[in-house]
Design a protein. Sequence first.
Length: 279
Amino acid sequence: MVLKRLALLWNFLIILGFSGCDNGLKEHPLPESLKKELARKADPTIHNNDVSGTIVLDPKLKINMSPSAGLFIFARPEGVEAGPPLAVKRHGIFEFPFDFEMGQLNTMIEGSKFEGAMNLTARLDQDGNRKSSPGDVEGTVQIIAGQKGIKLTLNNKISGNAYNIKGTVNVSKVLQKKIPENGTLFIFARSEGVKRGPPLAVKRIADLKLPYEFILGPQDVMMPGTVFEGPMVLAARIDVDGDARAGPGDIEGFVSAQPGDRDIKLLLNHLTGPVSGGN
């Protein structure tokens, strides 16, 4: 009799436990962001403009693939060369020939439409860190959203210095005494005419000795798929607090440049003033 009562009590506790779990689930609904994502993926039209095809490696290239290599695929609207790509996809496990798909679900910015003519680029990235660097291999093909049977050949091996900009950063004589102790040097590149958003490429130098000889190139781009090309403006700043944002007492300078330029002179010749409304 005692055993039967214990068994009944045990069953009651199990039922109560499941009931509590169920109540707990009901009390914690899915976050709105997750609901939106699930609804987006369930949209029957989401794959209408997907593209697919095969990526091959040019047999003429002698490539020793690194164990940490990654395969990146980027889509960028035709005629758009600066800023983040429209869509991006990364594969850590792959072999060539490699069959791929890409579409609306791979867009980077909410509200972007995977549609129209675009350039599709794939890169075999030897260190897998998304930034283009010497030894990586790229290929690009023009496509239309919805296109199938695409063949993309990786046939462009990135050299060590083809796109690098080289030069020297220095401070004007009148501001030599304004150089902050333990200041951090930031060097930025922005596509010409682009004044907002993240820079095209950036480099941070904490242990600063002037004049400073710099190299800025594809290995320094901030966003995967960003192409380091076209006219650009280089900016350099010695930052007092090291947080990359301009503040009172920082020293800045600007110069125009093109990928591949050498002997660029980037002179820091003005102080950033106090924030608006400051004394």
